[in-house]
Structure formats: structure tokens, C-alpha cells
Design a protein around this ligand. Structure first.
Ligand SMILES: [Zn+2]
Length: 276
């Protein structure tokens, strides 16, 4: 670790972070960090006691806008430790509805946040996370926070270049949906039908996959080896992961240099006599 990093670590701990969480910021084990702190001639910063670290949340705690679970998560300590700190600081442990309610709310929050990040439905998500909370508590929590969970039920699925986005989506025909989809080739968002995505009929927007399909081939200037498509060529040089970037450069420049070898684009839709 550099001296700067060590100083940042010390600042994090002085700001209320615990050792382990602060060390994690640098991708290090705390024992390693300790050695670096000493090496740069610093002393390990004193850990703040949990109540001192809870204190900055006082406003939110008293007005009930943050749960013990959330405070604990923020500080990287157990909810039990936070609960003890509440007692010491004289905060009422469970401002509204008692322990059960607060716990359920934090579980509901966890489910809602997961769905917002990964998409999906409420009940399967609860099951997947293995949480003891009802579907109703989750949907009620979402409603009270102005979140429409139905928008996420088809979100973040991947089909070729497409990645489905949170809704609103529209029902169409009997069992199909028009969903906003991000084309990861160009970053544009289009409305696409889920049935077509699932069937593999649409793998990206026209510009990125459709327009040039089959109309280009590539030739290696050295060996005169011909490739029937841009994709076939990129596959042969083992760089399919960079497909979009390489295709873009090849089409922009008309050629591409890979490992010192020049490859040129041939436009099959143009007559061979067209000026080079
Ligand atoms: Zn596109």
C-alpha cells in the first residue's frame, strides 16, 4: 500500500468505518493493512465504539427513516451491536410496530432492492433469498416507497445484444409483452416483444446485427485467405469477445491490423469494379 492509501485507511476508520470494512476498500486483509500502516510509520487508528458510530445517524433514527438493520449494514456491524448502542444512547429500539415489524420491513426492503437490481417476481425472489417475509409485506413496502415492482418482472434478461430494461412494459396479443430493451451494441433503447427475444428471432438492433449481415467478407492481405463474414473472421482470430469494437473499427477504416497482419473489408453488395 502507498502512503496515501494508508492515510485514506486511517481517515476511513476515524470516520466510523470498522477495520475490516476499511481494509476491504483496498482489497486487503486487515493484517496486511496493519503491516503497511506500521511500515509507513503510522499507528493504527483507534476504533470508535459502536455508539459513537451510531450517533451520526441520530436524526434518521429518531424520525424513523432508517432501521436498525440499515444502520448495522452501513456500519458493517451486527444488528445486535446496534441494538445495544440504541439502548446506551437512549433511542427507542423499535420506534413503530415493535421488533417484528421492523425486522419484516428490512426483509421486505432487501427483497425490493434485489428485484430492482436483478429483475424478477416477488415470490420466487423471496424463495431464492430464503427470507421469512410474505409477498404482501414486500408489495406493500414497495407501494409505500412509490416503487412499481411489476416494472421489474422482465428486467435484466439477456438475449444476444439485448438486455431487457425495467418497464413500464405493455401487454400485447394474448401472452406477449412489449418491453424496453437496451441494445448493448449501440446503447440505444428499443421496444421489443418478449416472444421474439425468447425465440431468438431478435438478437440486437438492426444497426448492430441486421443491416450488414451477409453483405461483407474479410480478406487477409498476406495469405489471401478469405472469410465469409466479419464474424467468421473475428472468430478465427479468437477475439469474439471484442466483436462490436473490432467490427466498428473495420467498417470505419476499411481495414484492421491484428498481430501485425492487415485484414481488409470486402463489400459484397458493391460491384467488384468499384474504386478501391
Ligand atoms: Zn444497436
Amino acid at each position: 500500500m502507498t502512503k496515501k492509501e494508508v492515510e485514506k485507511f486511517i481517515a476511513l476508520v476515524n470516520g466510523g468505518s470498522n477495520y475490516r470494512a476499511a481494509a476491504k476498500e483496498f482489497g486487503r486483509h486487515i493484517d496486511t493493512v496493519k503491516r503497511h500502516v506500521a511500515r509507513h510509520g503510522y499507528e493504527m487508528p483507534k476504533r470508535l465504539e459502536v455508539p459513537d458510530r451510531v450517533k451520526p445517524f441520530e436524526d434518521q433514527i429518531l424520525n424513523g427513516s432508517i432501521s436498525q438493520h440499515q444502520v448495522a449494514k452501513n456500519l458493517g456491524v451486527s444488528q445486535c451491536a446496534v441494538s445495544n448502542a440504541y439502548r446506551e444512547l437512549g433511542y427507542r429500539a423499535f420506534p413503530s410496530g415493535g421488533r417484528r415489524s421492523e425486522l419484516k420491513q428490512s426483509l421486505a426492503q432487501e427483497v425490493v432492492e434485489y428485484i430492482q437490481k436483478h429483475g424478477g417476481y416477488v415470490t420466487p425472489t423471496i424463495r431464492k433469498l430464503g427470507l421469512n417475509v410474505s409477498r404482501f409485506t414486500v408489495t406493500d413496502y414497495a407501494k409505500r416507497h412509490g416503487i412499481d415492482l411489476t416494472h421489474y418482472q422482465f428486467a435484466y434478461l439477456e438475449f444476444g445484444l439485448w438486455q431487457t430494461q425495467p418497464g413500464p412494459w405493455k401487454k400485447c396479443y394474448t401472452a406477449d409483452y412489449r418491453i424496453p430493451c437496451l441494445c448493448r451494441g449501440c446503447g440505444e433503447i428499443y421496444q421489443r416483444q418478449l416472444v421474439n427475444l425468447r425465440g431468438g428471432y431478435s438478437r440486437g438492433c438492426r444497426n448492430c446485427v441486421g443491416k450488414h449481415r451477409g453483405s461483407f467478407s474479410v480478406i487477409c492481405k498476406e495469405t489471401k485467405e478469405k472469410f465469409r463474414s466479419i464474424r467468421a473472421w473475428i472468430k478465427s482470430i479468437g477475439r469474439l469477445k471484442e466483436y462490436q469494437a473490432i467490427r466498428h473499427n473495420l467498417q470505419r477504416d476499411g481495414f484492421y491490423i491484428h498481430s501485425g497482419t492487415r485484414y481488409e473489408l470486402i463489400n459484397k453488395s458493391q460491384p467488384a469494379s468499384a474504386p478501391a
